[in-house]
Ligand binder design. Sequence first.
Ligand code: IMP
Length: 214
Amino acid sequence: MTNELTLKRGDRLCIATHNPGKLAEFKDLFAPFGLDLVSAGELGLPEPEETGTTFVENARLKAHAAAKASGLISLSDDSGLCVEALNGDPGVYTADWAGVPRNFDLAMQRVEDLLQEAGATEPANRRASFNATLCLAHPDGRDRLFVGSAEGTMIWPPRGKLGFGYDPAFIPDGHDRTFGEMPAEEKHSWTPGREGLSHRARSFALFAEACCEL
Ligand code: IMP
Protein backbone atom coordinates (compact mmCIF):
# COMPACT_ATOMS: atom_id res chain seq x y z
CA MET A 1 0.00 0.00 0.00
CA THR A 2 1.48 3.42 -0.94
CA ASN A 3 1.26 6.38 1.36
CA GLU A 4 0.02 8.74 -1.36
CA LEU A 5 -2.63 10.79 0.39
CA THR A 6 -3.71 13.60 -1.91
CA LEU A 7 -6.66 15.98 -2.04
CA LYS A 8 -8.21 17.58 -5.08
CA ARG A 9 -10.83 20.29 -5.60
CA GLY A 10 -14.25 19.32 -4.24
CA ASP A 11 -12.92 16.53 -1.97
CA ARG A 12 -14.48 16.46 1.49
CA LEU A 13 -11.99 16.85 4.34
CA CYS A 14 -12.66 16.71 8.05
CA ILE A 15 -10.68 19.21 10.14
CA ALA A 16 -10.17 17.26 13.35
CA THR A 17 -10.60 20.10 15.81
CA HIS A 18 -13.12 21.51 18.27
CA ASN A 19 -11.04 24.70 18.67
CA PRO A 20 -12.75 27.61 16.85
CA GLY A 21 -9.50 29.61 16.67
CA LYS A 22 -7.69 26.80 14.85
CA LEU A 23 -10.67 26.11 12.60
CA ALA A 24 -10.84 29.76 11.49
CA GLU A 25 -7.12 29.70 10.61
CA PHE A 26 -7.51 26.44 8.65
CA LYS A 27 -10.48 27.82 6.70
CA ASP A 28 -8.30 30.76 5.62
CA LEU A 29 -5.35 28.51 4.77
CA PHE A 30 -7.49 26.15 2.68
CA ALA A 31 -9.19 28.96 0.72
CA PRO A 32 -7.12 28.49 -2.49
CA PHE A 33 -7.83 24.75 -2.73
CA GLY A 34 -11.61 24.54 -3.08
CA LEU A 35 -12.06 21.58 -0.71
CA ASP A 36 -15.33 20.80 1.05
CA LEU A 37 -14.31 21.34 4.70
CA VAL A 38 -16.21 20.17 7.74
CA SER A 39 -14.89 20.16 11.31
CA ALA A 40 -15.07 17.43 13.94
CA GLY A 41 -16.99 19.94 16.06
CA GLU A 42 -19.55 20.56 13.29
CA LEU A 43 -19.99 16.79 12.80
CA GLY A 44 -20.60 16.39 16.55
CA LEU A 45 -17.72 13.91 16.88
CA PRO A 46 -16.50 13.24 20.42
CA GLU A 47 -13.31 15.06 21.40
CA PRO A 48 -10.66 12.37 21.95
CA GLU A 49 -8.57 12.53 25.10
CA GLU A 50 -5.07 13.76 24.30
CA THR A 51 -3.11 11.10 26.14
CA GLY A 52 0.12 11.36 24.08
CA THR A 53 3.32 12.84 25.45
CA THR A 54 4.46 14.37 22.14
CA PHE A 55 2.84 16.61 19.52
CA VAL A 56 3.17 13.75 17.02
CA GLU A 57 1.34 11.25 19.23
CA ASN A 58 -1.51 13.66 19.92
CA ALA A 59 -1.81 14.77 16.29
CA ARG A 60 -2.04 11.11 15.21
CA LEU A 61 -4.56 10.30 17.90
CA LYS A 62 -6.87 13.18 16.89
CA ALA A 63 -6.62 12.63 13.12
CA HIS A 64 -7.24 8.87 13.32
CA ALA A 65 -10.14 9.31 15.77
CA ALA A 66 -11.83 11.78 13.39
CA ALA A 67 -11.11 9.68 10.27
CA LYS A 68 -12.52 6.55 11.91
CA ALA A 69 -15.64 8.27 13.27
CA SER A 70 -16.41 10.31 10.12
CA GLY A 71 -15.20 7.96 7.38
CA LEU A 72 -13.48 11.02 5.87
CA ILE A 73 -9.82 11.85 5.29
CA SER A 74 -9.08 14.03 8.33
CA LEU A 75 -6.48 16.64 9.19
CA SER A 76 -5.53 17.35 12.79
CA ASP A 77 -3.21 19.87 14.36
CA ASP A 78 -1.49 19.38 17.67
CA SER A 79 0.21 22.55 18.69
CA GLY A 80 1.64 24.33 21.66
CA LEU A 81 4.04 26.77 23.16
CA CYS A 82 7.50 25.62 24.33
CA VAL A 83 9.34 28.06 26.58
CA GLU A 84 13.09 27.47 26.81
CA ALA A 85 13.54 28.71 30.41
CA LEU A 86 10.71 26.37 31.48
CA ASN A 87 12.38 23.31 29.92
CA GLY A 88 9.91 23.31 27.05
CA ASP A 89 6.74 23.74 29.13
CA PRO A 90 3.82 24.01 28.66
CA GLY A 91 4.51 21.97 25.47
CA VAL A 92 1.89 19.31 24.83
CA TYR A 93 0.01 20.61 27.89
CA THR A 94 -0.43 24.12 26.46
CA ALA A 95 -4.22 23.85 26.26
CA ASP A 96 -4.45 22.15 29.68
CA TRP A 97 -2.65 25.04 31.37
CA ALA A 98 -5.71 27.14 30.55
CA GLY A 99 -7.92 24.89 32.74
CA VAL A 100 -11.58 24.05 32.16
CA PRO A 101 -13.29 26.15 30.95
CA ARG A 102 -10.24 27.51 29.11
CA ASN A 103 -8.89 30.77 30.51
CA PHE A 104 -5.86 31.95 28.54
CA ASP A 105 -5.35 35.08 30.65
CA LEU A 106 -4.64 32.75 33.58
CA ALA A 107 -2.50 30.46 31.42
CA MET A 108 -0.33 33.37 30.21
CA GLN A 109 -0.06 34.58 33.82
CA ARG A 110 1.13 31.12 34.89
CA VAL A 111 3.87 31.15 32.25
CA GLU A 112 4.87 34.64 33.37
CA ASP A 113 4.95 33.70 37.06
CA LEU A 114 7.24 30.76 36.28
CA LEU A 115 9.49 32.95 34.12
CA GLN A 116 9.77 35.44 36.99
CA GLU A 117 10.57 32.60 39.43
CA ALA A 118 13.29 31.45 37.02
CA GLY A 119 14.71 35.02 36.92
CA ALA A 120 13.93 35.23 33.19
CA THR A 121 13.36 38.96 32.91
CA GLU A 122 15.51 39.82 29.86
CA PRO A 123 14.33 39.04 26.30
CA ALA A 124 17.34 36.73 25.81
CA ASN A 125 16.09 34.50 28.66
CA ARG A 126 12.52 34.49 27.41
CA ARG A 127 12.94 32.56 24.15
CA ALA A 128 10.01 30.37 23.10
CA SER A 129 8.56 28.65 20.08
CA PHE A 130 5.09 27.80 18.90
CA ASN A 131 5.00 24.35 17.31
CA ALA A 132 2.41 22.73 15.09
CA THR A 133 2.30 19.12 13.97
CA LEU A 134 -0.30 18.30 11.34
CA CYS A 135 -1.47 14.76 10.72
CA LEU A 136 -3.46 13.79 7.63
CA ALA A 137 -5.14 10.45 8.24
CA HIS A 138 -7.17 8.19 5.95
CA PRO A 139 -9.97 6.03 7.43
CA ASP A 140 -7.95 2.99 6.23
CA GLY A 141 -5.19 3.84 8.74
CA ARG A 142 -2.58 5.54 6.54
CA ASP A 143 -1.22 8.89 7.68
CA ARG A 144 1.33 11.61 6.98
CA LEU A 145 2.91 14.16 9.35
CA PHE A 146 4.08 17.75 8.80
CA VAL A 147 5.89 19.87 11.41
CA GLY A 148 6.32 23.67 11.57
CA SER A 149 7.47 26.13 14.18
CA ALA A 150 7.73 29.86 14.85
CA GLU A 151 10.52 31.14 17.11
CA GLY A 152 10.12 34.22 19.27
CA THR A 153 10.11 35.86 22.70
CA MET A 154 7.61 35.92 25.56
CA ILE A 155 6.59 39.45 26.63
CA TRP A 156 4.68 40.85 29.59
CA PRO A 157 2.09 42.33 29.86
CA PRO A 158 0.21 40.68 26.99
CA ARG A 159 -0.67 42.95 24.06
CA GLY A 160 -3.44 42.78 21.46
CA LYS A 161 -6.89 41.29 21.16
CA LEU A 162 -6.50 39.42 17.88
CA GLY A 163 -5.76 35.72 17.39
CA PHE A 164 -6.37 33.26 20.23
CA GLY A 165 -4.72 31.37 23.08
CA TYR A 166 -1.28 32.70 24.02
CA ASP A 167 -1.00 35.05 21.00
CA PRO A 168 -0.87 38.31 23.05
CA ALA A 169 2.24 37.18 24.99
CA PHE A 170 4.40 36.09 22.01
CA ILE A 171 6.45 38.23 19.62
CA PRO A 172 7.71 36.29 16.59
CA ASP A 173 11.34 36.90 15.60
CA GLY A 174 11.85 39.79 13.20
CA HIS A 175 8.75 41.67 14.44
CA ASP A 176 7.94 44.10 17.25
CA ARG A 177 4.26 43.22 17.60
CA THR A 178 2.73 40.18 19.28
CA PHE A 179 0.68 37.61 17.36
CA GLY A 180 -2.28 39.16 19.24
CA GLU A 181 -1.58 42.49 17.52
CA MET A 182 -1.34 41.01 14.02
CA PRO A 183 -4.26 40.70 11.65
CA ALA A 184 -5.09 37.14 10.64
CA GLU A 185 -3.51 37.50 7.19
CA GLU A 186 -0.22 38.57 8.69
CA LYS A 187 -0.08 35.83 11.35
CA HIS A 188 -0.98 32.80 9.30
CA SER A 189 -1.45 33.80 5.69
CA TRP A 190 0.13 31.41 3.26
CA THR A 191 0.20 31.42 -0.49
CA PRO A 192 1.91 28.91 -2.73
CA GLY A 193 5.63 29.67 -2.74
CA ARG A 194 5.52 31.88 0.38
CA GLU A 195 6.31 30.36 3.74
CA GLY A 196 4.04 32.25 6.17
CA LEU A 197 4.85 33.41 9.67
CA SER A 198 3.04 31.21 12.17
CA HIS A 199 3.84 27.61 13.11
CA ARG A 200 0.49 26.55 11.61
CA ALA A 201 1.14 28.36 8.32
CA ARG A 202 4.58 26.73 8.11
CA SER A 203 3.37 23.20 8.75
CA PHE A 204 0.46 23.87 6.37
CA ALA A 205 2.88 24.90 3.61
CA LEU A 206 4.61 21.50 3.82
CA PHE A 207 1.28 19.69 3.90
CA ALA A 208 -0.16 21.65 0.96
CA GLU A 209 2.92 21.11 -1.19
CA ALA A 210 2.79 17.36 -0.53
CA CYS A 211 -0.95 16.67 -0.57
CA CYS A 212 -3.07 19.39 -2.19
CA GLU A 213 -3.77 20.10 -5.86
CA LEU A 214 -4.30 23.73 -6.80
P1 IMP B 1 -4.10 21.37 21.21
O1 IMP B 1 -3.28 21.33 19.97
O2 IMP B 1 -5.54 21.20 20.95
O3 IMP B 1 -3.54 20.48 22.28
O4 IMP B 1 -4.03 22.86 21.78
C1 IMP B 1 -2.92 23.64 21.64
C2 IMP B 1 -3.07 24.91 22.44
O5 IMP B 1 -1.90 25.68 22.12
C3 IMP B 1 -4.25 25.78 22.06
O6 IMP B 1 -5.35 25.59 22.88
C4 IMP B 1 -3.71 27.19 22.27
O7 IMP B 1 -3.82 27.54 23.60
C5 IMP B 1 -2.23 27.03 22.02
N1 IMP B 1 -1.96 27.47 20.65
C6 IMP B 1 -1.81 26.69 19.54
N2 IMP B 1 -1.62 27.45 18.46
C7 IMP B 1 -1.66 28.71 18.90
C8 IMP B 1 -1.56 29.96 18.23
O8 IMP B 1 -1.41 30.06 17.00
N3 IMP B 1 -1.65 31.05 19.01
C9 IMP B 1 -1.84 31.00 20.35
N4 IMP B 1 -1.98 29.87 21.02
C10 IMP B 1 -1.88 28.73 20.29
